[in-house]
Design a protein around this ligand. Sequence first.
Ligand code: C5P
Length: 405
Amino acid sequence: MSVNRPLNRVLIGISGGIAAYKVCEVVSTLAKQGIEVRVILTKSAAEFVTPLTFATLSRQPAYTDADFWQPSNGRPLHIELAEWADLIVLAPVSANTLAKIAYGIADNLLTNTLLAANCPVLFAPAMNTTMWLQPSVQENWRKVQTFANYKAIAPTDGILACDAVGVGRMAEPEIILEYIASFLFTKGDQDLKGKQILVNAGGTREYIDPVRFIGNPATGKQGIAIAKAALHRGASVTLIFAGDSSLLNADMQMRTICVRTAKEMHAAMNLGFATADIAIAAAAVGDVRSQLRSNSKLPKAELPLKLELEYIPDIVADLASRKRPEQILVGFAAQTGTESEAIAAAQDKLHRKGLDAITVNLVNSEQTGFGTDTNQATFIKANGDMLSTPLCSKLELAHRLFDFL
Ligand code: C5P
C-alpha cells in the first residue's frame, strides 16, 4: 500500500454467525480509539445483529446488500468501499463466506468488495466444530491462508452456541483488536514470515522455600507484546514466561512455556535458542538467589536472619557465547536514574554480555514502569545505532523494535 498518512480506516465484514454480537465490541472500541470504521453485513449477518447496531456504534452507515447498487460518489459502492479501506477485517467468517473467498465468488456486497480490494485482510472464522472440521472447510481455510494479503486469526476451543465444546469459537474481541492495532501500524507487513522468534518475559522468582522467594515486580506485559507483535508479523513464536499468568490469553497462537526460576528459564531458553532466528530477552531474570533452598516450608524460627546469596548465571550472556553469526540476540535493560545514565549502563551491558542490541527503558516513571500498558525506550545496536521511541503502547514499542532490528 502506498499511502503515507497513518492508517486509520477499517472496513469490517460480518457474515452469518452468532459471534457477530462480539464484533459490536470490536466496532465500538475502534470508534472510541478514533479509528474510522465502516461495516458491511451479509444477509445472514443481519439476521443476528441489525445494521442499525453497527451504524450506531461506528457513527457511519452500515451497508447491506440492499445498498449494493446504490452508487457512492457516483461510483459503485463495492469499489468505493474497497478503495476507502486501509484494512479489512472479516469477523466472523462463516463456512459459506470462507468458501466464496477461497474460490473468488462474488455474489453479494461483501464478497464483491473483497475482490475489489488490495489492502490487508484479517479473517476470523467461527462455526460449529463439525462444520469447521469438514475436509472442504479445512481445505478452504488452508487455501485462503496462502493468499498474500490475507492473515488468519484462528478460531479457538471453547463452548459454542450449539452447546458443543470444541474448536470453532471466534477469537475474542481483544485478540482481534490487537491484530488490528498491529496491522494499522505495520500496514500488514509479514516481514517475519518463516522466522522463529524466541521471547522471554516476566520476572523470575528465586525460592528460599516453597512460599518465600526473592523476586521483582515485572509482570511480563512488554514481553507478551513483543511475542504478539512477532506473531502478527508472520513469525512462529515461542514465549518463555515467568510473569502474571492472567495476562496470557488462551488463544495467543504461540508456544508458551511457563517457568518460575532463573534455572528453569535458562533451560527453556537453551532449548528454544537452538532453532531461533531472533531471541529477545525481555524478562527480568534474578541476579542473585539464596544459597539456602528448602523443599518444605521453613518454620519462622528456622528462617535465617541473614541470607547467604549466590550469583545466578547470566542467561543472555551464556546464549551470546553460543550464538551463530546469523542469529540476533536482543537484551533488555530496565534502569533507574537519568536517561543518559540509563543509556550508558545499557551500552555497558550490551558489550559485556555480547548482545546484538539492547532496549533500555526507565522503570522509575509512572508510565514506563513495571506493569504499565505504555512504555518508552531507546534501542541500541552493537554497531552504535540508536533510536528512541515516543511514549506508546507496549505493542507499538514491540513493532518499533522489530522495525529497528
Ligand atoms: O544486568 P541486567 O540484569 O540489567 O541485564 C538485563 C538483561 O540481561 C535482560 O535482557 C535479562 O533478560 C538478561 N539477564 C539474563 N540472566 C540473568 C540476568 C539478566 O539473561 N541472570
